[in-house]
Design a protein around this ligand. Structure first.
Ligand SMILES: [Zn+2]
Length: 279
């Protein structure tokens, strides 16, 4: 993997010519971005043929791909049926990722539903284990489950919980996906370089430098209430500010992929790249 941080939008760029995933990928390259997240948030809707076409476009354009699994997954659901459906959604996202040549699929792990975190933890472990087994059985290799830091306090996925998942399974199989906007809404306000430094140092302390030198993360502005996330905002909202994060990355040699989830997608991904390059 090349050094430094590469940037891309969460989904097909707004300005891309009407078409599919492959067109979106080529457009990212054209405007100077280095990554794109393929969104399956409303279901996995990409067949093998289209996926392979997109993989070829990504290889030719040097675009690093990741995928986002459907929103309605709950790996610690109370109902067996919901667990089954979550496993199916995760495994089909992983299958599509494998065809695409994407190395990580981002997952919102689940919801506490008023239960203690400890009770949910065991269920999430069990569901992730099943997904990994089924992926192996299908021959899906080199695709990690990305446990996202979730923005609502009612959702499983605090900073500690996503690092714990990666510790439990090892980072070849499960990686933490930091979402700084969610952290800002859920945990504490991010303002200075030191705030970001603390988060990434914790990742590095518990998972080793392999995790901080090859991270996958999300960034955007965010509107929040005391329950956490409400909606994503453009980077210009500075809530949280991006420049101190770019500075922390540069000073510590931390590298990986940053996916921009602002409503302005590629426009803000380019703005993030500009800020990062100017540090
Ligand atoms: Zn997400």
């Amino acid at each position: 993997m090349e050094r430094g941080v590469v940037f891309g939008p969460a989904g097909i760029p707004i300005g891309a010519p009407a078409g599919g995933t492959a067109d979106g990928i080529r457009y990212c390259r054209k405007i100077g971005l280095g990554a794109m997240e393929v969104e399956f948030v409303h279901g996995v809707n990409l067949g093998q043929e289209k996926a392979k076409e997109a993989k070829k476009a990504a290889e030719e354009s040097g675009i690093r791909l990741s995928c986002h699994a459907p929103y309605y997954i709950n790996c610690c659901a109370k109902e067996k049926q919901k667990i089954e459906s979550s496993v199916r959604q995760i495994v089909s996202t992983a299958q599509a990722a494998y065809w695409l040549g994407a190395w990580v699929i981002v997952i919102h792990p689940g919801h506490y539903m008023s239960r203690p975190a400890e009770e949910c933890r065991k269920l999430v472990y069990a569901t992730f284990s099943r997904c990994i087994e089924e992926m192996e059985a299908l021959g899906v290799k080199g695709v990690a489950l990305g446990a996202e830091l979730t923005g609502k306090k009612s959702a499983y996925g605090s900073l500690d919980e996503i690092i714990d998942l990666a510790e439990h399974f090892g980072i070849k199989q499960v990686v933490p996906v930091l979402d700084y906007a969610h952290y800002h809404a859920r945990h504490e306000r991010l303002e200075a370089k030191e705030d970001y430094f603390r988060i990434l140092s914790e990742v590095e302390r518990r998972l080793g430098s392999e995790a901080s030198k090859n991270f996958h993360c999300h960034f955007s502005g965010i509107q929040y209430s005391d329950k956490g996330e409400r909606s994503h905002l453009p980077i210009s909202s500075s809530s949280p500010p991006f420049a101190p994060l770019a500075q922390a990355w540069k000073e510590n040699g931390w590298a990986g992929t940053a996916i921009c989830e602002s409503p302005l997608l590629e426009k803000d991904a380019l703005e993030m790249k500009r800020i990062y390059d100017s540090r």
